[in-house]
Design a protein around this ligand. Sequence first.
Ligand code: HPA
Length: 263
Amino acid sequence: MSYPATIEPIKQYLLQNGVSESPEAAVILGSGLGGFSSSIKNYTAIPYNSIPGFPETSVQGHSGELIFGEVADKPILAFSGRFHHYEGHPFERTVLPVHLAKAFDVEKLIISNAAGAINTRFKVGDLMVIDDVFRPFYSVASTSSPRFKYNLYKIADDVRKIGASIGLDLQRGTYLFANGPNYETKAEIRAFRVLGADVVGMSTAPELIEASRLNLKAAAISMVTNMAAGVVKGKLDHSEVKIAAETRKEDFARLVTELVKKL
Ligand code: HPA
């Protein structure tokens, strides 16, 4: 299984612009989680819009740059900003960071996202490791295999242990992929809860599935930035996502650093 041929010229461009041949890990940073970039040392930041063949991102809270640098003395590639399906990108393009991670032959991919909690035992600021995904609206055919080849449950166990080793108590559960761009309705959230989803977001599921297809070890973490529609009173808006992400910024950075070292 391989990635599309269009990835090779992008890799060559990055190699000529400061990225070395063998990063240890790749990290995809979710909405509001771009602050992790300040934990990266000796870095080169390459704006997405300067990379030939790269699409542009248009979401607030996503700066849109690829950062190559060191975390815990290991070279990593961080994607600050992603390509969402709701921005009009076909699924094949939303998984571009996964393809690049594979092209650079990283040992592991760490995916993060902002999500709304459906599970009423969760609270804003919780970090949840994803042990399964659910795609009720995922109707577009892609090249992805429908099954996880690797054991996401086992990876979730490892991530929780690594979190516990630095004093972080991580939730664990099912991530529901919603098309967006609008948030869900209360009725949808009630239904999703009955169907077994713990959090909802608009990314990550295609990335995890593509990583699995390519035999690339991937772990995914959701930051609960809000309770999903109807779980608590009040309106949802994007500024809430950024505020919640801000409060757990340091724990999130410690966790990702530890995963780069130990996963
Ligand atoms: N729904 C969908 N995506 C999200 C949410 C939500 O409540 N919060 C952050 N991303």
